[in-house]
Write a protein that binds this ligand. Structure first.
Ligand code: SF4
Length: 435
């Protein structure tokens, strides 16, 4: 039982790094703290408690976390700084050694931050509080709203895949999920407060059902019947778990958007094997073709990693060639980053930072071309755009169901409303349609 009196009149500031899941969890953490009387700081106000929800997906992510902590220390010189999330889970000693950190709480215990602060303040706690993720079986529900119009509903957590370059299973633990009944209830609550769009999030969401004996497709069917929500998007889903049944369902569903985000990671079968991915390029191409056969205007974003250990010049060219001939709408290009404890560290040769940069640039150019071509192909088509809130007088922005960005003059009544529009006028950079 938390003693609320010690938190009376306290204020907190929240900082989130990394993925949508982290953002959803920070939002829930904020709600939890406010239930115990801790108010969120206003802009410019100095906080009593700062909570940093970290990411550790790459070396660069770790560095950004350390920089954020140092910045917080300057902005809130008297605050009690608590660091949680993946970086805290994986490298607690390193995090504890960053100047200004008062408390480290592992990702499993993220939602118990308040208990740890309380015992630390009462001199009965310790600075580092991290338990191994393999002990985690609990699914902590989470749903948050971003600063636009979208709500992020966490449907799954953790991963059992252990790709050779990835530390996420160590940081987030085993695959586990919420029940369909609970998740539908959360979606209904979003609808009740006027939410129109929900993005389903998780670490490996296609793996949904591991802990409840349910199926991802049944979750989609149940959510599709939630009145009031106009649109669902599925965030990143592994290609081997994106079944034809799911694709067909999305194509003919009432509320699921024709939009997929699929991690390919490499267009070389040799590298895919080294990465311990569970498909090959032929499978991936067939999956993309299947999507387009039932949703010709679908937006498909693809993740790719450049400079993985073992990626020789010739193997990178396999990736570049594969992607050039593959239809899609956009790439998300990541540079491989060495992560301690991963199997990839034994693979040779190592790719130099310069080559990683050159490869990344090449794929980013390809991505820009594909995106422009996708946008051009949408000219003359009619879509529903969910417009975001904007300041009076500012231009408004929104996305079509197939993730084309649209800009319009300010109209107060359009905020958080779905409008049917015809895409006619592309801006000069071909990155947005104008109305
Ligand atoms: S599927 Fe692979 S890359 Fe994705 S979280 Fe799991 S281990 Fe990491």
């Amino acid at each position: 039982m938390i003693d609320n009196s010690i938190f009376r009149d306290k204020t907190a500031a929240y900082y989130t790094l990394g993925c949508k899941l982290n953002f959803a969890e920070t939002s829930d953490l904020g709600k939890h703290l406010s239930e115990h009387g801790i108010r969120k700081v206003r802009t410019g106000e100095s906080a009593d408690i700062c909570v940093v929800n970290t990411c550790s997906v790459t070396e660069l992510a770790d560095k950004k976390c350390r920089q954020t902590i140092r910045r917080i220390r300057k902005e809130h010189p008297h605050a009690f700084v608590v660091v949680t999330g993946c970086y805290a889970q994986l490298k607690p000693d390193e995090v504890a050694a960053v100047e200004g950190v008062n408390l480290v709480v592992g990702s499993n215990q993220k939602m118990n931050v308040l208990e740890y602060i309380e015992s630390y303040w009462q001199n009965s706690g310790q600075k580092i509080n991290v338990t191994p993720t393999c002990e985690t079986t609990e699914f902590v529900p989470s749903c948050s709203q971003d600063d636009r119009t979208r709500h992020f509903l966490k449907v799954q957590d953790g991963c059992d895949y252990y790709c050779s370059y990835c530390t996420i299973p160590f940081a987030r633990g085993k695959s586990r999920n919420g029940t369909i009944a609970d998740l539908v209830r959360q979606a209904e609550q979003v609808a009740a407060v006027g939410g129109k769009e929900i993005v389903l999030t998780g670490v490996n969401i296609g793996d949904f059902g591991k802990t409840t004996g349910e199926q991802f497709i049944d979750l989609l069917r149940a959510l599709d019947d939630v009145e009031g929500i106009e649109r669902f998007r599925i965030s990143s889903i592994e290609p081997n778990l994106l079944t034809d049944e799911i694709i067909d369902f999305v194509a003919y569903s009432k509320r699921f958007a024709p939009h997929f985000h699929i991690p390919l990671q490499s267009g070389s079968d040799t590298i895919l094997k080294l990465m311990r991915r569970r498909y090959d390029t032929a499978f991936f191409r067939a999956k993309i073709e299947k999507i387009y056969s039932v949703m010709p205007n679908c937006f498909i974003g693809i993740d790719v990693i450049v400079g993985m250990r073992g990626e020789t010049e010739a193997l990178f060219h396999e990736t570049a060639d594969f992607l050039t001939t593959l239809p899609f709408s956009q790439l998300h290009v990541f540079s491989y980053s060495e992560r301690s404890g991963t199997r990839a560290l034994t693979i040779e040769p190592i790719v130099s930072p310069r080559d990683k940069q050159l490869r990344s640039n090449q794929l980013l150019e390809l991505s820009a071309e594909k995106r422009r071509a996708f946008y051009r192909a949408q000219r003359g088509t009619r879509h529903h755009v969910l417009f975001e809130h904007a300041r009076k007088g500012d231009r408004m922005h929104g996305f079509t169901e197939n993730y084309v960005q649209v800009e319009a003059p300010y109209r107060a009544e359009w905020a958080n409303e779905m409008r049917e529009v015809t895409l006619n006028q592309l801006n000069s950079e071909e990155t947005e349609y104008e109305m």
